[in-house]
Ligand binder design. Structure first.
Ligand code: UDP
Length: 243
């Protein structure tokens, strides 16, 4: 069980799809209600004095692989388009976070001076020390990567105690719980089991990175009310992945 008093700084990874509706099913677009819900959840964690940084995906707008397959766009260009999608989501979330009364900075892995600050590790840490929420946009800045890997990378760079991955289900199961009602939920799991069972919770590069540096990973559902805080308190269902 988690205990929020143990955590000083955490990174929350939210997929683009999670922003598209308040309930599962919708895959595209940005839902204002969901943005507000996420911003509210973040505020309740920030209020505890925990530093919060965020990596946001872009799958609700554009995915490099699918764009490349369906439109014949070369993969690196398509991935650049995907990274731009994450910037759109980051700006929308920044706006919602500021409406909740928090200070928030968007830092982009690709320079976009007029829109956000270019990512500099020490500057990002300074923002959090001043109580600002930091959103990391444009993934790692490199094609052929994912925002899961960006989340693992930034969490390590920021010295986070925990990486939280908000998904559509409340943790990791042995098979898809939406298809198999008898699917078994794991309260705890090792990195190796997550990798070997190919459970598709997070891409293998990201898991390998957290495993190598022994960074705990919590997988939980974005849809439950106040789930971010509840997971840190250990009162919401989730899976904790550790060594
Ligand atoms: N992307 C990339 N490099 C990165 C992160 C993301 O090229 O470091 C591109 C990639 O095309 C990806 C898209 O951005 O499909 C959106 O990110 P992702 O699919 O990880 O978003 P999510 O599934 O979390 O919504």
């Amino acid at each position: 069980m988690l205990d929020h008093q143990k955590y000083k700084r955490v990174l929350l990874k939210i997929s683009g799809e999670a922003l598209s509706s308040l309930t599962p099913g919708q895959h595209q677009g940005i839902n204002q209600g969901m943005l507000n819900k996420v911003a509210n959840d973040i505020r309740n964690v920030v209020n505890l004095g925990i530093d919060v940084c965020i990596v946001i995906g872009g799958g609700n707008i554009y995915r490099g692989v699918s764009g490349s397959k369906s439109h014949g766009i070369d993969r690196a260009t398509s991935d650049h388009m995907g990274m731009l999608a994450t910037v759109i989501n980051a700006l929308a979330l920044q706006n919602a976070i500021e409406h909740e009364g928090m200070l928030c900075r968007v830092m982009t892995a690709i320079p976009m001076q007029a829109i956000g600050e270019f990512y500099i590790r020490r500057r990002a840490i300074r923002h959090m020390e001043k109580g600002r929420v930091v959103i990391f946009a444009a993934g790692t800045g490199n094609p052929f990567f994912t925002t899961d890997t960006a989340a693992a990378l930034r969490a390590l760079e920021m010295g986070c105690d925990l990486l939280l991955k908000a998904t559509k289900v409340d943790g990791v199961y042995d098979k898809d719980p939406k298809i198999y009602p008898d699917a078994i939920h794991y309260d705890r799991l090792s990195y190796s089991n997550l990798l070997s069972q190919k459970l598709e919770v997070m891409d293998a590069t990201a898991v390998a990175l957290v495993q190598e540096h022994n960074l705990p990973l919590a997988v939980f559902s974005i849809y439950e009310n106040d789930s971010f805080l509840k997971v840190l308190e250990g009162t919401a269902k989730h899976t904790l992945v550790t060594e």
